[in-house]
Design a protein around this ligand. Structure first.
Ligand SMILES: Nc1ncnc2c1ncn2[C@@H]1O[C@H](COP(=O)(O)OP(=O)(O)OP(=O)(O)O)[C@@H](O)[C@H]1O
Ligand SMILES: [Mg+2]
Length: 218
């Protein structure tokens, strides 16, 4: 469960101070899957970064699964970040590593001595079994994003934050990727927050919020 109370976040924009969030409060239930919409520049990525502990609020509380991350110090935040899954628009795969190495890379950094018992299951569910030894450049966009999803899921996160994961995909691949992502998160009881510009993709989600002027119009 995610609870945000009176969140204020300002950022320096040239010589002006830009207020992105002013007393924003909301809750997301355990296992809820939320689609986050809003115009370009409305602050969707910034909000994901606040929930990921990559940015800190000026004031207000952010609680993720009972952890009050807005009060965490740098070391605690680094530890917290390792336990969430991040999925990006541009996949962020390492070009010189194979699909398998890409999926395992972060997992190995976090758990050098732990076996990756889930790998085979996960790549099968994502239709990547026969792609494991390929390089990202040999995959389609949809396949690359499925590698990004496998990488995020392998760490068994309780929360996945996805920032326009279908932004580079055509319509049919977008639906395929989002259907897989939402169903895998449901099976694994993972909270999912996905930013998208596509109204059509919101049908896969439990709830939809639209960000405008630092507030939700839902
Ligand atoms: N690193 C930064 N430094 C200063 N201002 C920034 C920075 N990143 C974003 N902004 C500004 O913060 C505001 C919100 O940006 P954000 O990236 O959160 O929007 P967004 O809703 O994700 O937009 P998009 O749909 O285009 O991705 C914008 O006005 C943007 O110009
Ligand atoms: Mg963005």
């Amino acid at each position: 469960m995610i609870s945000v109370t009176n969140l204020c976040f300002r950022r320096q924009d040239g010589d002006q101070l830009q207020t992105l969030f002013d007393n924003l409060s909301f809750e997301i239930a355990a296992q809820e899957q939320l689609a986050l919409l809003g115009d370009s520049g409305s602050g969707k990525t910034t909000l994901l970064h606040l929930l990921a502990g990559l940015l800190s609020p000026n004031s207000g509380n952010i609680t993720v699964n009972n952890a009050l991350i807005s009060s965490y110090n740098a070391q605690q935040l680094a530890h917290y970040r390792r336990k969430i899954g991040l999925i990006f628009q541009h996949y962020q795969l390492l070009d010189c590593l194979t699909v398998k190495q890409n999926i395992l890379f972060q997992h190995k950094l976090n758990n050098p001595n732990k076996a990756h018992s889930e790998l085979n299951d996960l790549v099968e569910q994502l239709g990547l079994t026969n792609k494991l030894n390929k390089l990202p450049s040999q995959l389609s966009g949809g396949e690359q994003q499925r590698v990004g999803i496998a990488r995020a899921l392998l760490n068994q996160p309780k929360l996945i934050l996805a920032d326009e994961p279908t932004g580079n995909l055509d319509q049919s691949r977008s639906h395929q990727v989002v259907e897989m992502l939402t169903s895998l998160c449901k099976q694994r009881k993972i909270n999912l927050i996905m930013v998208t510009h596509s109204q059509q993709l919101t049908r896969y989600f439990d709830s939809v919020k639209v960000l405008a002027n630092g507030q939700f119009n839902d």
